[in-house]
Design a protein around this ligand. Structure first.
Ligand SMILES: *Cc1c(COP(=O)(O)O)cnc(C)c1O
Length: 348
């Protein structure tokens, strides 16, 4: 009796095809950072049918290299010679987002492919346009360094109406260097801003079947189904309280199911009373506080048994976006927080 995350291989294939349909002329970089948004790098084989894969850190590139021969884009780039050598060995393309990284790369005699990241308004990582010029000039004098692409990142693409998107895109459009590709589109821009697709698109969350916007996208299929078994069913009386802090009290006699999952598995502790949980194809409300190992559900007069399956998210009737809303967070955080106590299984 254990919480289980099943990873749907057909949903991964479907969602990657949605990217292809939305951006038919662009090459696709599947974003598989944070252990493939919590889906586990060993269980996302259908995503390896793309042009390039991207991770944040060298340790992730090391793991990913066990499963694919595709080039890996290292989003953090490298900060010392040791990491540079390992990144080259792992056949990584290196993002260069800070001028300090130039001297490390510049000292090497090995062939290196770099992606220059420019700041178009997010003011997180990225070179200014004058720093970009410095980079391009210096790289010109190193025949071993090849610039594959100039990239940038949107700060507000999840709000299609936000004027910052077109501001950033206008700025990015002005940066044009002959023979060098460009890339700025994340999932939200792939779905809502076709003029931002350029030569490479960088889908992340949509590959996992989750909308980057505040509403569910019916084109996408949820990839991770998180479920846990009912551990106990009991009847309680009007006036009885449930769970830590006795924060929920029954307004009438009812039955409750105790489910074997909690924040120790990655179910959000901040999920509010009323967060839906799917049992026997019907939604029932979470009651009381989420504990480390258990949650309680008001099942009314449902005839449920110990061992029956409760689905926490990843179903047509219960999207992770909905649970995120009830927990004041986003689907990205819930997916990447499922803990190592949960069994992960690939599923057709
Ligand atoms: C994570 C990431 C993406 C993907 O973003 P989604 O919103 O998940 O599509 C794209 N580009 C960069 C640089 C990222 O770090």
């Amino acid at each position: 009796m254990h919480a289980v995350a099943t990873i749907s291989q057909s949903a991964l294939t479907h969602n990657l095809n949605v990217v292809r349909t939305q951006a038919p002329h662009a090459k696709i970089i599947c974003m598989v950072k944070a252990n493939a948004y919590g889906h586990h790098l060993d269980l996302i084989k259908p995503l390896l049918q793309c042009d390039l894969l991207a991770v944040s850190e060298l340790s992730e590139a090391r793991t990913l290299r066990q499963y694919t021969a595709l080039p890996i884009l290292l989003l953090s780039g490298v900060f010392n010679e040791h990491d540079l050598n390992e990144a080259i060995e792992l056949d990584c393309h290196l993002v260069l987002h800070d001028l300090s990284q130039l001297s490390i790369i510049g000292n090497s005699k090995q062939p290196i492919t770099v992606w220059l990241k420019v700041d178009t308004g997010m003011h997180r990582l990225g070179l200014s346009s004058s720093e970009l010029s410095i980079c391009l000039e210096q790289i010109n004098s190193h025949s071993n360094i090849r610039v594959e692409c100039i990239m940038s990142h949107f700060s507000c693409a999840d709000e299609p109406e936000n004027t910052n998107n077109l501001k950033q895109l206008n700025y990015f459009n002005q940066i044009k260097v002959d023979g060098i590709n460009r890339s700025i589109a994340n999932s939200a821009a792939i779905l809502s801003l076709p003029q931002s697709h350029f030569e490479y698109v960088r889908p992340g969350i949509m590959l996992y079947g989750v909308s980057p916007f505040s509403t569910v996208d019916e084109k996408l299929q949820p990839v991770m189904e998180l479920s846990a078994p009912i551990m106990s069913v009991k009847s309680i009386d009007k006036g009885d309280s449930v769970g830590y802090g006795s924060s929920w009290t029954a307004k009438q006699n009812t039955k409750i199911a105790i489910i074997g999952i909690g924040y120790g598995d990655g179910y959000p502790r901040h999920a509010k009373n009323g967060t839906p949980i799917l049992i026997n194809n019907t939604l029932y409300p979470l009651i009381g506080r989420v504990s480390m190992d258990l949650i309680c559900v008001n099942i009314g007069d449902l005839n449920a048994s110990v061992g029956d399956k409760a689905i926490l998210w990843g179903h047509d009737k219960l999207h992770v976006e909905t649970v995120a809303k009830h927990s004041n967070t986003i689907g990205y955080e819930l997916l990447t927080s499922v803990s190592s106590r949960v069994d992960f299984i690939a599923h057709d």
